[in-house]
Design a protein around this ligand. Sequence first.
Ligand code: LRH
Length: 450
Amino acid sequence: MAGTAGPSTLRVEEVRRFPNGGVRAGPALYWDILGLYRETLAGIGDAGRVDGIGIDSWAVDYGLLDERGALLGNPVCYRDSRTDGVPAKLAATIPDRELYDITGLQQLPFNTLYQLVSEGDRLTAAATMLLIPDLLNYWLTGSIGAERTNASTTQLYDVRARTWATSLASRAGIPPRLLPPLRDPGTIVGEAPSGVPVIAVGSHDTASAVVAVPASPGTNFAYISSGTWSLAGLELTAPQLSDAALAANFTNEGGVDGTIRFLRNVMGLWVLSETMRTWSASDLPGLLSAAAGSPALAAVVDIDAPEFLPPGDMPERIAAACRATGQRPPSGRAATVRCIVDSLALAHRRTIHEAATLTGRSVDVVHIVGGGARNELLCQSTADACGVPVLAGPVEAAALGNVLVQARALGEDLPDLAAMRALVRETQEIRRYEPRGTADWAAAEARLRG
Ligand code: LRH
C-alpha cells in the first residue's frame, strides 16, 4: 500500500497484491518467507518515490538467524501442529497463573513461546529470533531489533516492566540471547537500499489497525479488528491481569503509545475462507447475499473451538459441531455461510460482553475495522448480537495506522492517538448499523452448550 497522511489528508491505495498462505511441505506448514520478501521488494519498487517505509504483519511467527545473520530454516506457520501438547507440558514448569502475571497473554497454542519450545535442539544453533516484520526490516536495512507491539505477542515479554521476560525465557529453555533489543513504534530502523528511511510502526497488524479505529473522544467504545481473525476488545491504559481475566482467556497486547489492547482472539473470517477453499468457491459477495436470505440463527457453533484453528474441511467440522450440540447441520452453501456469520457474531457478543464485565466498563458502540467492515451481513449481525450500534470502517485500518505512525515519525503534527483518529474520522468512509431486536441471541448462545 502507498499512503499519504496529514495535515488534512489521509489515504492509502493498493500498489501490489499477492497471495499469502501456508505451504505444506513434508510434515510442516511453512510460510513462503522468501516469496513474501521478493514481493515486498517489488511492491516498494511499484510504489515509486516515498518518504518512508513501514512494515506490519500478523503476529507471533518468526525466523531464526545464525551468528552470521543467515536464516536458519523456513519460518513455520502458527497453524502448524508442532505446538500440540506443548502448553500443557510447559505449565508443569511455569504455572498458567504466573505466566499470565508476567506476560498478560491469552493462552493460544501458537504463542511464540510455545513455538520456540517446540524447536528443541535447533535453538542451540540460533543467535537471534526475529518476528516476521523485524525479519523483513533486517533484510531491508541490516538492522536487528524487536518492535515492541509485536514483541508483546510472544508471551516472552513482561507487560508491566515493558522488557523481555528473560528469566521466564531461561526457565522455558529459551536462551535470552535470542531476544533482540526492543524498539518503539515511531523510531527509525535504518535505511532501505534506496536510502529511504525504514520506520518501526505498530508492526503487529492489529496494533496498527487499532490506531485507525475512528473512535470519538469520550465514547465508550469496543473494537473488532475483523479479518482472518476477529480481535475483539477494549483499549486500556494498563494491563488487566485478574484471575477472572485469566479464566476468560483475555490478552493484554501492547499498542502504539503505550496503550493496552485487552481482547480475545476470536477465530474470525478464516473459517469462511477455508470453507470457500474446500468448495473451490470464489464469489464471496454472491455467497454472502445468499446467506442473508437464509434464516438467522438456524444453527450456531462455537467458532472459537480448537478444531477450527488448523486448515481443513470446515463445512464438515461445522456439521460435526452442530450434531454434537443437538442441532441440525446447515444444508447447502447459503445456510452454511449463514451459520458461520451468525456464529462469529455470537462470539463477538460474548467477547465484548466479557470485556465490559471484566473491566467494569460499559460499551456504547462497537467499531469494526479491517476487511470484515465490508461484510454487511457480519456488521449487521454483530450490531444485532451486541445490542449496540456498529460503526464499520475503515477497511484498510492496518495500512492507515501504519502510515499515520510513519507520518508522525517524519514530523507531521499528529501528537497522539486522538489526533490520528480524528483524521481517520474526517477522511474515511464509515457506515453505521443500528441493532435490530429481531432474533434471540441469548437463546442461540445457550444452544452452544448442547
Ligand atoms: C491478526 C493477528 C492476530 C494474531 C494472529 C496470529 O492478523 O496478528 O492479532 O493473534 O494474527
